[in-house]
Design a protein around this ligand. Structure first.
Ligand code: ARG
Length: 303
């Protein structure tokens, strides 16, 4: 637990934790206290449900002639990836039942366009297809910018840096690096960089690809998996909820850093420009860091 907390403290320190999630926060000097539980100077605004929440919108609307004239915009995501997107406890979501850093970014984008935001929660592996089919207008899903994905979508400016972590059952002593994954029964999320890595570099015994990574963590806690490979921050979120059962293994030599981007259709250059503008404001204003700090505290319940 201590290790995990330290880890979290480190990341937060690096990210220069700022004050408040919902209002643009002034950047804080990089000298940050190591106290993870330090409360924001000001309470972040309540996460109030929006008046209208539509989910899994039935019919794809024809693409708007210009992104800037959209009166509604559909954010595609996979809401099982805290702190980026997840379903909050009843009545607690930032937008309807949805919460997370990507949801907050999506709300800013919609606000900037004067468009109504609609959230379409779907299978991660299908998001790029849905974008190009017109079911959704942009993807905000902790999606790693990759050359193969760029063939199908345009990515925004990177807004978050991550890497893959290995999660093992707490009592395991056999897995200390990627090399030790040989012969293991490994869980990943379908269509993610964790899955691609294991497929390409690991001589596994079994590879189980789940629709939601939470299913993998459940299976591991039941004793059915030797390891899970998943994005760093998400690994920390789940491990912090079960610190006596799960443990993180890092292998900085094996895993490269990954950068998350918002994705749009190739032709939607106007929309991409708006998204980049919003992201640059949120990054330079410290808002992304603040959101990260906010969720790190709140999702890290185990002490
Ligand atoms: N960053 C990884 C990828 O792009 C995993 C993202 C999974 N996101 C999600 N919302 N489930 O492949």
């Amino acid at each position: 637990m201590k290790k995990v907390l330290l880890l979290m403290a480190l990341i937060i320190a690096v990210l220069a934790f700022t004050a408040c999630a919902d209002t643009p926060a002034a950047p804080v000097a990089p000298a940050v206290t190591e106290d993870v539980a330090e409360p924001p100077a000001e309470e972040p605004a309540e996460e109030t449900p929006a008046d209208v929440v539509e989910t899994n919108d039935e019919e794809a609307e024809p693409a708007a002639p210009s992104a800037l004239q959209m009166d509604r915009i559909v954010l595609g995501t996979n809401a099982g990836f805290p702190p980026f997107e997840f379903i909050a406890d009843a009545g607690q979501g930032r937008f309807g039942q949805y919460s997370g850093i990507d949801i907050a970014i999506g709300m800013r984008i919609a606000e900037r366009l004067g468009a109504e935001l609609v959230i379409h929660d779907a299978e991660f592996a299908g998001l790029i297809m849905e974008l190009n089919a017109g079911t959704i207008d942009f993807i905000a899903a902790a999606m790693t910018i990759r050359p193969d994905r760029k063939e199908h979508v345009h990515f925004s400016t990177p807004y978050f840096t991550a890497m893959q972590y290995i999660v093992v059952p707490y009592a395991d002593t056999t897995i200390t690096s990627v090399e030790d994954l040989a012969g293991a029964r490994i869980g990943v999320q379908l269509g993610t960089t964790g899955e691609f890595f294991v497929q390409d570099y690991v001589d596994y015994e079994d590879l189980l690809s789940y629709s939601l990574i939470a299913q993998g963590f459940m299976e591991m806690r039941r004793g059915g998996l030797d390891a899970i490979v998943v994005d760093s921050v998400v690994a920390m979120m789940f491990v912090n909820q079960h610190p006596d059962e799960l443990r993180i293994i890092r292998d900085n030599d094996a895993f490269a850093s990954e950068h998350y981007g918002i994705a749009v259709r190739h032709e939607d250059t106007d929309l991409l420009a708006v998204i980049n503008e919003v992201l640059e404001e949120m990054l330079s204003g410290g808002e992304i860091d603040a959101l990260f700090g906010y969720y790190s505290e709140r999702l890290n319940q185990a002490e």
